[in-house]
Design a protein. Structure first.
Length: 165
């Protein structure tokens, strides 16, 4: 699990919550996204999540995820984000590699993630690291990719992606 130069990885704590939630909307290009990460994620899922910082302590990225209590084969990435100024250097991949290793250690063989089908950057990134976009019942072509309309909140479309680990 190589790390990009000058990046330190650690488990997040609840004390990291204000720093993480403060950057979400900006890192997602101004879309209102902070509601997707209530504080409970950094109260109850820190042992399966990761935070990346620069050597001076600035937030570089995060991955918030968990091992499904109901699907013993599945780990789920709730949210991954990297500082836009640090992209294209392997940071997102490095966060996921740590999460994949956690999943393997817990005998999980699939990692699931979702994204808005209009987020071409997210879909391309996930495909590049081995995720497959899911098709099948309920999916339709939205923004040029298979997705489920009104998947979340009865209004938010989502593309479902799965990777075997």
């Amino acid at each position: 699990m190589d790390a990009p130069d000058g990046i330190i990885f650690r488990r997040p704590t609840e004390a990291d919550y204000p720093t993480v939630v403060r950057v979400i909307d900006d890192w997602w290009g101004g879309r209102k996204m902070d509601f997707l990460l209530p504080r409970l994620w950094l109260q109850h899922f820190t042992g399966t999540s990761w935070l990346a910082e620069t050597t001076d302590g600035a937030l570089a990225g995060f991955l918030i995820g968990f091992h499904s209590p109901d699907q013993s084969n599945v780990a789920y990435c709730r949210l991954i984000g990297t500082n836009p100024n640090l992209r294209q250097h392997g940071l997102g991949r490095a966060l996921y590699e740590r999460f994949f290793e956690d999943a393997r250690q817990a005998d999980r063989h699939e990692v699931h993630a979702i994204t808005w089908p209009g987020n071409k950057t997210s879909i391309a990134f996930h495909r590049a690291i081995g995720f497959e976009v899911q098709t099948g019942p309920g999916t339709q072509n939205l923004y040029g990719v298979p997705a489920i309309a009104a998947y979340d909140f009865d209004r938010e479309d989502r593309t479902i992606m799965v990777r075997t680990v």
